[in-house]
Write a protein that binds this ligand. Structure first.
Ligand code: GLA
Length: 642
């Protein structure tokens, strides 16, 4: 570890069984020795609460702590997180462990942070046990106050689901094949799943904080553009610093997806430093096909995380194990041993990180963009319901498509949760943001009225936060802001021969999966692109993209799914219409340019990453500090980045 420059280790995450081998035996000796050994080598410890996996003896003596699946069957013990967060028995055992750890290590100088749980909710987010049912009833009562309010929120008159009291509230257990869950109930059950785990985390945190009040708490989030296990916008307020586990998406979106996820992480960090708690040196072992990172990507990915605002770069895991479920997962020291390319790269990275730290990188933060792409966990959950206009549309795909299309146009956007300060940006994108609550509606209206520049897409503002449709034509609560009225949707696909599976636009782009039927355009709006289609489709000449004047601002509406490519092609006109300047560089789009700076401007770092698979040649000022996948030509002051 010394050779690699490691200075922090997350420890004992799955070690409850070693710390408490039987109910009445505690063994801290091994942990003492490891913490001491690390500390003496100058390596600090992010010590786990160790509750992620409970010991088998606990499941044996208290099988009631096991969660139940939606069929009511208890989940079997033997993996991770096989416990129900609403089980009072489990909580008692877990909090006892937390207190014991706090008593033993609270004043240990080498323990500098608490690592609570591990990826809360990954395995036990949906629990259908009686404990969960009881907790859900209480949660509903706290939220709605009266059963009448809950009936109204869930629209239970439809399909005769009216409840007489909170004792009749159900969790969405299996109701027979092809049964549809009440969407309001589903959305609340998702929120409840988040809240019960957050409450569990808080109980663990507070148990430790009572004994050890002065060390920071974190827990590793799973922020990635295909995951929405928890509503991390709510969790961010409850930790002292956020940290994230990010695993790369192989293929052409690799770098962009990483940067997009980090853009959201940097917003969740609320201006404080944040960690990449886990990423991989190369392949993982949990996908059907586990591709390796190509040479140089280990370093490139770590530097990209750093550029996007992270202040610590950690890997899962130090040594690749010989046995167990993750033996094929890459690590810092691979099976081949230290005489390996991976370990040499890890050492080189360690030296580079030290160099950047010496140059003052840790006093800087990601320089904020002028464009915010809004992201919303609850909109994602709402679009995951099975009774929607199409199963092809989910919220998350759009923030990523916009992030990439903006990058294609030379703009690295921030990704901001819906409850975050997106209205402080020069321009804002609402990408398939299905839920617009009254509060968000008010913010959107004020933002544009006061001069904001807004992009809105199809599938935005269909419902409020009870999942009730905003009536009168879509997007109901901001129809006048965008200046269009949509009466129907046209989902597309090739499931049936001869069905419409795409629509061409007269700006040369193509819509797939989804188009709005825009039936009227306000006098204050004009059409920027129209559909160009066969007569039988009813779409020929219909408006597809519009721009509206509203108050002192402008709102562009994109009424179809254009994907990254179509958006990238449509954006130059829209950016110009809305008065948003982009970088005039020739290499626009080829290179992801990210900057970090401190408040004084004294420390300022520029990071350049190649987004393509071809070599990109860029001008460089001064002497590059670190260069991965790049050859610097000092006389010409250029760098060729692979
Ligand atoms: C998660 C877990 C780790 C490990 C990795 C493998 O992030 O937190 O314990 O299983 O996945 O990628």
């Amino acid at each position: 570890m010394g050779q690699a420059g490691v200075n922090t280790v997350a420890l004992a995450i799955f070690s409850w069984d070693r710390i408490q081998p039987t109910e009445d035996r505690w063994d801290f000796g091994w942990l003492d020795r490891i913490i001491d050994k690390l500390g003496n080598a100058g390596i600090v410890v992010d010590l786990a609460s160790a509750t992620a996996t409970a010991p088998l003896w606990l499941y044996e003596s208290h099988p009631e702590v096991l969660p139940r699946d939606k069929y009511g069957h208890p989940v079997n013990a033997g993996s991770r997180q096989s416990w129900s967060p609403t089980s009072p028995v489990f909580k008692e055992y877990a909090l006892t462990l937390c207190r014991k750890l706090a008593e033993r290590y609270g004043t240990n100088p080498y323990v500098t942070a608490w690592h609570m749980g591990n990826e809360y909710g990954w395995n036990n987010r949906y629990d259908y046990s009686d404990n969960a049912l009881n907790a859900f009833r209480l949660w509903c009562e706290r939220k709605y106050g009266t059963i009448g309010a809950l009936n109204q929120a869930w629209g239970t008159t439809f399909w005769g689901q009216e409840m007489n009291s909170f004792d009749e509230v159900l969790i969405p257990r299996f109701m027979g094949a092809d049964s549809m869950v009440n969407p309001g109930q589903k959305l609340d059950f998702e929120r409840f799943g988040n809240d019960m785990l957050l409450d569990f985390y808080k109980a663990e945190r507070d148990a430790i904080a009572e004994i050890c009040p002065d060390k920071p708490f974190t827990t590793n989030f799973m922020v990635s553009t295909d995951q929405c296990v928890m509503n991390y916008a709510k969790w961010a307020d409850e930790v002292d610093f956020v940290s994230n586990d990010h695993y790369f998406h192989e293929g052409e979106s690799h770098l962009d997806e990483l940067a997009c996820s980090d853009a959201l992480m940097d917003s969740l960090a609320l201006g404080k430093p944040w960690y990449v708690m886990e990423h991989s040196t190369s392949a993982v072992q949990w996908k059907p096909l586990n591709t390796r990172k190509r040479a140089g990507e280990l370093m490139r990915d770590s530097l990209a995380h750093l550029a996007m605002g992270s202040d610590a770069i950690c890997y899962f895991q130090w040594r690749q194990s010989k046995a167990g479920a993750e033996k094929w997962h890459s690590s810092m020291v691979p099976h081949a041993g230290p005489d390996s390319q991976i370990f040499r790269d890890v050492c080189e990275l360690g030296a580079d990180l030290n160099k950047l730290a010496d140059e003052g990188l840790l006093s800087t933060k990601l320089v904020k963009s002028k464009v915010a792409v809004v992201f919303d966990y609850e909109s994602q959950w709402a679009t995951e319901h099975t009774a929607t206009p199409t199963q092809e549309v989910r919220h998350w795909t759009e923030p990523l498509a916009w992030f990439r299309a903006l990058a294609d146009n030379g703009l690295t956007a921030d990704v901001v949760p819906v409850r975050g300060p997106w209205d402080e940006y020069e321009a804002v994108v609402l990408p398939s943001l299905t839920i617009l609550s009254e509060e968000t509606t008010r913010r959107v209206r004020e933002y544009v009225a006061n001069g904001g520049k807004l992009f809105v897409t199809y599938y935005t503002g269909l419902v409020d936060d009870k999942d009730h449709v905003w009536l009168g034509g879509y997007p109901g609560s901001i129809r006048d802001v965008v200046g269009v009225r949509v009466e129907e949707f046209a989902p597309m696909g090739n499931d049936f021969p001869g069905a419409m599976d795409h629509l061409d636009l007269d700006n040369g782009t193509v819509a797939h999966d989804f188009a709005d039927v825009i039936t009227s355009v306000a006098d204050t709006a004009h059409v920027v692109a129209s559909f160009k289609a066969d007569k039988w489709t009813g779409f020929d000449g219909a408006p597809a993209i519009t721009v509206n004047d509203f108050g002192d601002g402008k709102a562009a509406y994109v009424g179809a799914r254009l994907g990254r490519e179509g958006l990238a092609k449509s954006l130059p006109v829209l950016l110009e219409e809305l008065g948003i300047e982009t970088s005039a560089e020739d290499d626009r789009g080829e290179v992801l340019r990210v900057e970090r700076a401190d408040e004084t401007g004294e420390n300022h770092f520029v990071f350049l990453f190649n987004r393509t698979h071809d070599v990109a040649v860029v001008d460089v000022e001064g002497e590059p500090l670190v260069a991965s996948l790049a050859q610097v030509n000092e006389s010409e002051r250029t760098a060729a980045i692979q």
